[in-house]
Ligand binder design. Structure first.
Ligand SMILES: [Zn+2]
Length: 451
């Protein structure tokens, strides 16, 4: 167990009791809502349906406002004009918007968000806070391994590292061999990558890196952007392959702020680090009712930006489902600690049973660790398929080359395990080692057969 460092980026807000943080936020939410209503055509229309006046006096009053869904954002985007390329939710004039950001576009057309100079400040401060909680410090040389500047994990992450004072080494986008070599030559002490890319790097870290003759100085690894770090096996592979003990999960949302959650030294769930700019609620995804932040609670995270000029979000449904791991922490931070357990977008229905592909992966890769690789692939027939009446096809990748008989035994064991644990039927295909491609940005757990 590491000793508690008791160092914070924003000590006052990070250590204030959470109810007081919400009170502090409520004072800022009320004027923010008035501004958003005046400037965003999308919210003008949405709030027109709210009976009476839109008033947020206490934090709990937020629940009286309607949710913003991804479809609202899509429709607002489609209303783009020459003056308002960001559409109906563009709440600042074009001349004050300094940057457009893109969602990753893994589900449908990419969506765009804008940042004013003030928004850039807000982003970099919140993201720096997130990196600080994840243990990055000013004397770190950080290999930033997301290669696309325009996505939320691109330039905003880079700005967060610079704001923190760390040395940014933006190696993302170069071929893997070059990344591995240059990380040694630049004496990188930290890296940030998607979980699947972190895993991919860890497989070849030493073979390529050692050719430089320079010993690795890597000590801190930040991964996220997709589920995976909930699993012991994936964590062990990354820390083992990269030879580090400091591995922290980080998470954000491009539509809100791309880096908001990070694990502290306790490694038990991610703290929220954007409380200075963003309010969070936990809701029951079916009823929409607000749930209390309590240990063991689950729900969908809803975000409200109360310090965002260009493209604000009020009660934005993230579709991220979280498990609250704990409230309060030995590190002194008061924000809830969560694990992301899946996304509504990914949810599949097998004969009326809901199943997250991530849950399939968590079960299979922990139960069959050492036999199959932790990254697997779930097949849909078409892009829009959600319901399955036949067993769901799942490819797993064997760790070693298996004989036909052993592969057949493994296949049957996995199918039986999933049936008994999750009450759903899957059809497993055991593939040879290294047959599932691992992408540099995000590896999709779900593949489409006729896409
Ligand atoms: Zn903590």
């Amino acid at each position: 167990m590491t000793t508690t460092s008791r160092e914070y980026w924003n000590e006052q807000l990070e250590t204030l009791p959470w109810t007081e943080v919400e009170r502090w936020q409520a004072e800022r939410i009320a004027p923010a809502i008035a501004k958003i209503r005046a400037r965003s055509a999308m919210y003008q229309e949405m709030f027109a349906d709210v009976p009476g006046e839109v008033k947020v006096l206490r934090f709990a009053d937020l629940a009286g406002l309607p949710f913003t869904m991804k479809d609202h954002i899509r429709a607002a985007q489609d209303a783009a004009t020459d003056e308002r390329p960001l559409g109906d939710n563009q709440a600042a004039p074009l001349k004050s918007i300094v940057q457009a950001l893109s969602s990753s576009g893994t589900t449908g057309k990419p969506l765009y968000y804008g940042l004013t100079a003030r928004d850039c400040e807000v982003f970099s401060d919140a993201i720096a806070n997130t990196w600080f909680t994840a243990g990055v410090r000013a004397d770190d040389v950080v290999a930033h391994l997301v290669g696309l500047p325009m996505v939320a994990g691109g330039l905003p992450y880079a700005d967060g590292f610079r704001r923190l004072g760390a040395t940014l080494a933006w190696l993302g986008g170069f071929p893997t061999d070059r990344i591995l070599r240059e990380m040694r030559r630049l004496r990188c002490t930290a890296l940030l990558a998607t979980t699947s890319f972190g895993l991919y790097l860890s497989e070849q870290w030493d073979t390529v890196g050692q050719e430089t003759g320079i010993p690795s100085r890597l000590g801190k690894v930040l991964c996220g952007g997709e589920p995976g770090l909930n699993q012991r096996d994936i964590r062990d592979r990354i820390t083992g392959g990269l030879n580090v003990s400091h591995l922290r999960e980080v998470m954000g949302l491009g539509d809100v702020i791309s880096g908001m959650w990070a694990e502290c030294e306790r490694h038990e769930g991610m703290h929220f680090n954007a409380q200075k700019y963003v309010a969070i609620e936990l809701i029951d995804p079916d009823s929409g009712d607000v749930q209390p932040w309590r240990e063991g609670g689950t729900g969908e995270i809803v975000y409200t930006t109360f310090d965002r000029e260009a493209t604000p979000m009020v009660r934005y449904r993230s579709r991220d489902h979280a498990l609250v791991v704990g409230i309060g922490c030995s590190c002194g931070r008061t924000s809830p600690r969560i694990r992301c357990i899946g996304r509504t977008d990914d949810m599949l229905i097998y004969k009326g049973m809901n199943v997250f592909p991530a849950a399939l992966r968590d079960l299979i890769s922990s139960k069959f660790a050492g036999q199959v690789q932790p990254m697997l692939r779930v097949w849909k027939e078409t892009k829009d398929q959600v319901r399955f009446d036949d067993p769901i096809s799942v490819d797993v990748e064997a760790v070693d080359n298996l004989s036909g008989d052993s592969a057949e035994t493994l296949r049957r064991e996995i199918e039986a395990e999933v049936r008994s644990q999750l009450q759903i039927r899957i059809r497993v295909m055991v593939l040879e080692p290294k047959s599932i491609p691992k992408s540099v940005y995000k590896t999709s757990l779900v593949a489409v057969r006729n896409g």
